[in-house]
Design a protein around this ligand. Structure first.
Ligand code: SF4
Length: 257
């Protein structure tokens, strides 16, 4: 074997994961493709390959998260990390990245790494991505409502939530608060109800648009959720990407006219 590809191969192979049936919906399913979430819970084998660079992005996310959690541990303010939070009546669960004690008050953080382009956009408009916001709201909702059996000494009834975006270029950070309200939780519940209804009736949930307008870039692009999905052939056939790319080209072409 070419000696220069040996190490590369080891790393790429480490990204391979066996598909497994999830026992519940995950908080990260919210505002993603609900059909993809359905397929993943069924444990269907992937029909298309996710490229190593996509896995690399997920891996960098884990490294960044560890880096931040270690800093907090050293500070002595850590309340919890990777804390499992559940909504059994909706068959949903997730893991909070980090909970900090800030002056006697618990604050939860979701840690997201991002490319520098997207980071600059967030610095400007100070808005979290919708899927990150829903994920954080899910945790706030459950912790405020039921507390946590592993941490009975912590009063979660007014826990606050924030998302920390970390630039993958230079570890620069921006922290964006997520405001909790009963109104905001409605979207979380609606999506979980769609998923549970689909599961109960064994019917596929709706698909998202393959092509969406990217506010950050000011142009049309392939829906990011599909970039991380391995079920394209089940949804839209083998030519899914080329069709989507053609549509992106046409829509962006008409923007320029
Ligand atoms: S290919 Fe796209 S639409 Fe189909 S399940 Fe995956 S993310 Fe959803």
């Amino acid at each position: 074997m070419d000696p220069f590809t040996f190490l590369d191969k080891i790393i790429n192979e480490s990204f391979n994961r066996e598909p497994y049936a999830k026992k519940s919906w995950w908080a990260t399913d919210l505002n993603s493709c609900l059909r993809g979430a359905f397929y993943r819970r069924k444990g269907l084998p992937p029909t298309s390959v996710i490229s190593p660079d996509r896995f690399g992005i997920m891996e960098v996310g884990k490294i960044v998260e560890e880096w931040i959690v270690n800093k907090v541990k050293q500070s002595g303010n850590l309340v919890a990390e990777q804390l499992r939070v559940e909504a059994p009546e909706y068959e949903a669960s997730g893991k909070v990245d980090l909970i900090l004690d800030e002056g006697g008050h618990p604050v939860l953080y979701e840690i997201k790494s991002t490319n520098s382009f997207s980071f600059k956009y967030k610095m400007k408009n100070k808005e979290p991505q919708p899927q990150h916001k829903l994920q954080t709201l899910f945790y706030l909702w459950r912790l405020r409502k039921t507390g946590h059996c592993d941490l009975p000494e912590v009063n979660f009834s007014n826990i606050e939530g924030r998302i920390i975006y970390v630039s993958r270029d230079d570890l620069n950070r921006i922290i964006i608060p997520v405001n909790y309200s009963e109104e905001a939780i409605k979207t979380v519940v609606e999506q979980l109800e769609i998923l549970n209804k689909a599961w109960k009736n064994d019917e596929l949930p709706p698909v998202p648009e393959p092509v969406i307008y990217d506010e950050e870039r000011g142009k049309w692009g392939i829906n990011w959720v599909c970039n991380f999905c391995a079920y394209h052939e089940l949804c839209a056939g083998r030519d899914w990407r080329s069709h989507a790319e053609q549509e992106v080209k046409e829509r962006n072409g008409s923007l320029e006219r």
